[in-house]
Design a protein around this ligand. Structure first.
Ligand SMILES: [Zn+2]
Length: 423
């Protein structure tokens, strides 16, 4: 497949590059000078289509699309306990199936090609992802010290984990305030034995930091080692808002990534994660939306823009958290965080997970190969996405979903929402 005369950009490049991009099967085959490839084209970009690595939404709860708008403007613990958990207790498998597809409509149309998901009835999420053809890292959210739930998580690994395919499965201890340390250690040990990653929430709120120090009587950084998170193949720590700044260096060089969810943290009033310090210390940082009930969009463009702005404003430093760093967080760092090693850059032999961006728009007048990255982060939006490919296959193109039935999903999702909120 030839993408003719397009501008490619990934986070390893200083400037965009005009080229002919050839995709063969599931991977990028070659990058040739523009208008030099001798084969029929799939598209002719005429220099005004950008091709980027697909975005990775490295933390979220996809089927929470069905809970969007519940308990608006409440603090996290009250929001969880009074508005979210009671509705989640009524979730049935089909709700998760349609709620996840609803999320996928939104994510694919915004150029997300890989997503992390921690939720319940994850076989349904896996089926939804398989139908869509999207890449993902799934985990069954684990709370308490219930062996049966861990067994469900392990069972999901056995049934769906495919190290050479699109679907990876990880273990998902929800957080240290919902999973006791001994049970958390057991989960980490199981992940290590299975050779899979971990997704968890860590230091999202000041309350959580206090809970660890005063209820558990632990240090929140030493506890990472105590519960085995340094020993698993890789781990995602969602949020890290209250990570002590003088201890950040202890994460550098580890196989843990912090997933920054700036909009969810702002909306729930949790605070602003110390991202400039994470980056200075060489800690891996990826980007996520979190669930639609606390964001409320599943839009990585929005996260990129918010992330690039809040740290500049709060540090009064226009040079911090640069657009190129944000693009890296939204692509290759997200892929690494979830254990994908050939995803997130545009390179021959790497997965052809790509997003096409229409640059023939008013807000892109004046862009050059040199400023494309800043133009995308500061001026761009998910509305500019013209196409989304995962492993060389079109999943979204010119406003149409190729694998998902939009009308059916909207109808079913509305029915599910009604069922969840009734009685
Ligand atoms: Zn979350």
């Amino acid at each position: 497949m030839l993408l003719k005369d397009v501008l490619i950009l990934d986070s390893s490049m200083d400037a965009a590059q005009a080229c002919d991009l050839i995709v063969s099967g599931t991977t990028v085959d070659s990058i040739l000078p523009p208008r030099s490839a001798d084969m029929p084209e799939e598209i002719d970009g005429k220099g005004s289509i950008a091709v980027l690595p697909g975005f990775v939404n490295a933390h979220g709860h996809a089927a929470m699309t069905l809970l969007r708008g519940l308990g608006e403007e409440a603090p996290l613990m009250e929001w969880l306990q009074k508005r979210i958990w009671p509705v989640e207790a009524r979730l049935r498998p089909e709700h998760v199936f349609w709620g996840t597809q609803l999320a996928l409509l939104e994510m694919l149309s915004g150029g997300i090609t890989c997503f992390a998901d921690m939720y319940f009835f994850m076989d349904q999420a896996a089926e939804a992802a398989r139908l869509a053809g999207i890449r993902c890292a799934l985990s069954r959210g684990l709370v308490g010290s219930d062996e049966k739930k861990l067994e469900e998580g392990v069972d999901l690994v056995r049934r769906y984990h495919d190290p050479s395919g699109l679907i990876r499965v990880q273990l998902g201890p929800h957080a240290i305030y919902t999973v006791p340390p001994e049970a958390f250690s057991e989960i980490s040990k199981t992940a290590k034995d299975l050779g899979v990653g971990i997704q968890t929430h860590w230091l999202e709120t000041e309350w959580e930091s206090g809970f660890i120090r005063h209820e558990l009587k632990k240090d929140p950084v030493s506890l990472l080692a105590e519960v085995g998170l340094f020993d698993v193949p890789f781990a995602v720590l969602a949020h890290g808002v209250w990570f002590p700044e003088d201890r950040i260096h202890e994460l550098a060089g580890s196989r843990m990534s912090v997933v920054h969810n700036p909009k969810s943290n702002l909306k729930l009033g949790s605070g602003i994660a110390p991202v400039p310090r994470f980056l200075e210390e060489g800690v891996r940082v990826a980007l996520g939306t979190d669930g639609a009930a606390s964001n409320n969009r599943l839009d990585i463009w929005d996260e990129m823009r918010t992330c690039s702005l809040i740290h500049k404003g709060s540090h009064r430093d226009p040079c911090t958290v640069r657009a190129s760093e944000v693009l890296r967080m939204a692509t290759v760092e997200g892929a690494r965080a979830l254990g994908f090693t050939d995803v997130g850059l545009i390179r021959p032999g790497w997965q052809a997970d790509l997003v096409l961006v229409d640059l023939d728009r008013p807000h892109y007048v004046g862009l050059t190969a040199e400023n494309l990255c800043t133009a995308l982060v500061y001026s761009g939006s998910s509305a500019d996405v013209a196409g989304t490919l995962v492993a060389g296959k079109w999943l979204y193109r010119d406003g149409d979903h190729k694998t998902l039935e939009t009308g059916t999903i909207l109808r079913k999702a509305r029915d599910c929402r009604k069922e969840l909120l009734e009685d």
